[in-house]
Design a protein around this ligand. Structure first.
Ligand code: ADP
Length: 204
């Protein structure tokens, strides 16, 4: 059964189509969570870093992850030769409590190229989930990719993230992921996820 989309359909375009609310599923809902936390403290299988194309550390969550992981993370990242925007690469986690770090390069938001920005952001979430599965990571925590200095509005990034995650969890490798945690630091991200989670993961 499909319900009506929110009035602002531009915000719910992406993989699920603009006018559909997917059917509720308790099993699916139980596998997605929103935490307001410091991602460097989470003992999950993989955390997803909001990296830049050089993969050599930076500000924001990237800086926090490199500081907490230690110099060996920088040494491994140096050997990766960077990463394309819209994609991701995986490393060990060194001094972090998680097992692996996935470095995803989100787009710098361009309001005049909304669809292109969205495609790249969706690509980050999808590629990160693929890397998790390839590396036997069953629990994955995402930072709010691109919503910091890269300027992606949280209310537009949340639907892209949730749509990519739902699409993956219902796809062929979906059962290889037990838990997806959306980690937020700021109220604007909490508000965006609170607004859009019920659209992509409707309450049963
Ligand atoms: P980008 O360059 O992709 O925009 P930022 O690091 O600037 O990345 O921001 C991404 C998000 O990560 C922002 O919402 C920011 O508030 C958040 N953030 C910063 N530090 C942490 C942390 N230690 N744990 C979780 N999220 C964090």
């Amino acid at each position: 059964k499909l319900s009506a989309a929110p009035a602002d359909t531009k915000l719910v375009s992406t993989l699920l189509g603009p006018t559909q609310i997917p059917p509720p599923s308790k099993a699916l809902n139980d596998r997605v969570a929103v935490y307001r936390a410091d991602i460097t403290c989470l003992a999950v299988d993989a955390i997803v870093n909001a990296a830049n194309r050089f993969l050599l550390g930076g500000g924001g969550v990237d800086g926090a992850i490199h500081r907490a992981a230690g110099d060996k993370l920088y040494e491994e990242c140096r050997k990766l030769n960077g990463c394309d925007t819209g994609s991701a690469k995986i490393t060990d986690a060194y001094d972090l409590p998680c097992k692996r770090v996935i470095h995803a390069v989100g787009p710098i938001y361009d309001p005049f190229k909304h669809d292109e920005s969205e495609k790249l952001l969706v690509g980050c979430y999808t590629k990160s989930l693929e890397l998790a599965v390839e590396n036997q990571c069953r629990t994955i925590a995402f930072s709010a990719l691109s919503t910091g200095v890269y300027g992606y509005p949280s209310r537009e990034a949340a639907p892209a993230a949730l749509s990519a995650i739902r699409h993956f969890l219902t796809g062929k490798d979906g059962d290889k992921i037990d838990k997806v945690i959306l980690v937020t630091f700021e109220k604007k991200d909490v508000d965006a996820y609170t607004e859009f989670v019920p659209h992509y993961f409707p309450p049963v």
